[in-house]
Design a protein around this ligand. Structure first.
Ligand code: NAD
Length: 413
């Protein structure tokens, strides 16, 4: 991730603490994680050699509940990235009233270069090294970039074997057959579309004429396309990564099903034309959704952008300096901690279902998610209007105030 994501996250927290006139000690508590564990995971490789991998788990602040956040498996993951992501999780949970603190995990590895057996050993090794710091009421991981429900299944099995009980609620993002929630796989992309519909209403944009571009056609980007399409919007451009980023354009709009049918290479889409990445970023669309990795939009890209709204599907896709440029140009940036909060909201529903041992229908899950996200949107919008600040600042003002209030009640300051 990097470009110093931790410094970016700390700056966002500092600015909000100052604007809220909180005592300096609140920033001192919130600027770093309350716990950061680093482990070394040995894996016996298929060729008989032994390799070691670094693993991290950070819990940022648990005033509002147990720590919650995904485990990223990526060769470039650093401890500082994991800390930054944990900080963002604290405020993402607070913004939507999800009763969790912020957590995040990372493993420095390229999963595409490991066999299934090696990956299973890595997943189980991570849990053996971390289990003391995990638990249904302690810290609850989930999948993130590079991890998936199969990896989580191995992890939950390892954890249950170590503690000797069925503690399914210790991980979320499980397959439905193993205690996962209906609606979890699509939740983040669905949530991005819920927030997209809300912002379109506020800006008097007609959903039928809405033009949308999506960067990253993975879990978040893919289901974002699917749900925007079902709202009636036109997805005119999609970007993904092969050996380098590429983008395709279709003036009549892409169909999610046909994008999936294009197989490994979206460029096979019938009638699509390839567009240079500069044109992708500078196109005049109503909503542009970065749904790949952090810092995708730097100052140079921000300067050429002409979209009306940037809806952050990924975590931290707009670098702070770029944020200032976009604000100056009057482009509304809907922050990640609100826009992509659908994943953690439905993870919370999964955990509630696990603890209660009673499972909900897909419709129930989607309705509850939509209600939670719509309410959060309305609250943040009101804060934005009342304080005349950016959407991102409003989200941080609101969520940091909630965390600070509970820290005060608990006597943390
Ligand atoms: P993913 O690995 O499923 O998808 C990422 C996609 O982005 C891949 O298709 C990849 O090819 C593409 N990509 C990578 N670099 C790119 C580039 N430079 N240009 C264009 N495309 C590029 O990951 P995901 O789960 O969809 O997560 C995407 C982002 O959303 C991450 O920042 C993640 O932290 C965040 N997020 C995910 C969830 C979730 O529930 N999965 C929830 C909240 C936030």
């Amino acid at each position: 991730m990097s470009n110093n994501a931790l410094a970016n996250a700390q700056l966002q927290v500092e600015q909000a603490c100052k604007a809220l006139e909180l005592p300096n000690c609140v920033y001192e508590i919130l600027k770093d994680t309350q716990r950061m564990i680093e482990i070394t995971i040995p894996v016996h490789m298929d060729d008989g050699s032994l390799r070691t991998f670094k693993g991290y788990r950070a819990a940022h602040n648990t005033a509002l509940g147990p720590a919650k956040g995904g485990i990223r498996i990526h060769p470039d993951t650093t401890g500082d990235d994991v800390k930054a992501l944990a900080i963002w999780m604290t405020f993402k949970c607070a913004v939507t009233g999800t009763p969790y603190g912020g957590g995040k995990g990372g493993i420095v590895a390229d999963p595409s270069k490991l066999s299934t057996r090696e990956l299973e050993q890595l997943a189980r090794g991570y849990v053996r090294g971390m289990h003391h710091y995990l638990g249904e009421k302690i810290d609850i991981p989930a999948p993130d970039v590079g991890s998936n429900s199969q990896i989580i299944s191995w992890m939950v099995d390892e954890y249950c074997q170590i503690v000797g009980e069925q503690a399914l609620g210790v991980f979320t993002g499980k397959p439905v057959e193993l205690g996962g929630s209906l609606g979890r796989t699509e939740a983040t992309g669905f949530g991005v579309s819920v927030i997209g519909r809300k912002i379109a209403q506020k800006k008097n944009m007609d959903l039928k004429d809405l033009t949308v571009a999506v960067q990253g056609f993975g879990n978040v980007g893919g289901f974002t396309v699917k749900h925007f399409e079902s709202l009636g919007a036109k997805i005119v451009a999609v970007s993904d990564f092969d050996t380098e980023p590429f983008a395709i354009h279709h003036a009549d709009g892409f169909s999610y099903d046909e994008l999936i049918a294009s197989g490994d290479d979206l460029r096979n889409y019938p009638g699509a034309t390839e567009m240079p990445m500069d044109d992708f970023w500078s196109q005049k669309v109503d909503i542009l959704i970065p749904a790949a990795l952090a810092n995708a939009i730097d100052v140079e890209i921000a300067q050429i952008m002409q979209a009306s709204v940037i809806l952050e599907g990924a975590n931290g896709p707009v670098a702070p300096e770029a944020d200032t440029v976009l604000e100056g140009k009057g482009i509304t940036v809907v922050p990640d901690i609100l826009a992509n909060s659908g994943g953690v909201i439905v993870s919370y529903f999964e955990w509630v279902q696990n603890l209660g041992g009673y499972y909900w229908s897909e419709g129930d899950v989607a309705n509850r998610q939509e209600t939670a996200m719509s309410q959060a949107f309305d609250t943040i919008w009101e804060t934005k209007e009342n304080h005349q600040v950016s959407f991102r600042q409003a989200a941080y003002l609101n969520s940091i105030q909630k965390v600070a209030d509970v820290m005060k009640l608990r006597g943390h300051y």
